[in-house]
Design a protein around this ligand. Sequence first.
Ligand SMILES: Cc1ncc(CO)c(N)n1
Length: 220
Amino acid sequence: MTFTDQLHTAAMPVWQQSFHHPFITEIADGTLPLDKFRFYLKQDRYYLEQFGDLHAAIARQISTPAIKQFLLDGAAGLHDGETQIRHTMFKELAITPAEIKTTPIAPTAYGYVTHMDFQLSHAFPAAAVAALLPCYWLYSEIGQNLKDVHSPVTVYQQFLDSYSAADFNDGTQQMIQIVEQLCAPLSDEQKAYVQKVFLQSSTYELHFWQMAYTKEQWPF
Ligand SMILES: Cc1ncc(CO)c(N)n1
């Protein structure tokens, strides 16, 4: 079993909870209240912005040209239609720049980004990349699981389509190979650390749905 297979197996119980989370099942059947989806999009806008910046920051710590380039392309949003489709969704749902500006970053979104940043500043590049991997891989699997679903709500179908798209899956496959390559020379202790980071990100992914579903707020 490859190292990334091992990560996948270890994460499956947490991922299963994402597959069955009401935020996802209600996107699929069209019953998710739109205010919860809007909440998600606004938090995810912040998340994706930070996620892009993180690609560039990790690229600076990596010398292998192909990996560096993939991360720089990822930072520039070249790998998938995600950025483009989000623009369309923001328009469709009338989420204005003013609304974005006045939306506080919810605790889970803040925690997830902080977790990824921490790996960059306090751990090592393989751990930082592993922290990003569930983002690609979980969403690809959700896209695959639901590729035959036709949500009655247009914007939900657009969301699902963007993650079953071939280019999103290509990015995921490349990211898996990058983690495989960066982790190959690591000690068992470092690999155990990388696995913990991967499982933590997987847990934040689950909590991110819950954050949107409950419209999570700071208690102040
Ligand atoms: C929180 C989160 N994880 C993963 C993705 C997929 O890019 C996303 N858009 N948001």
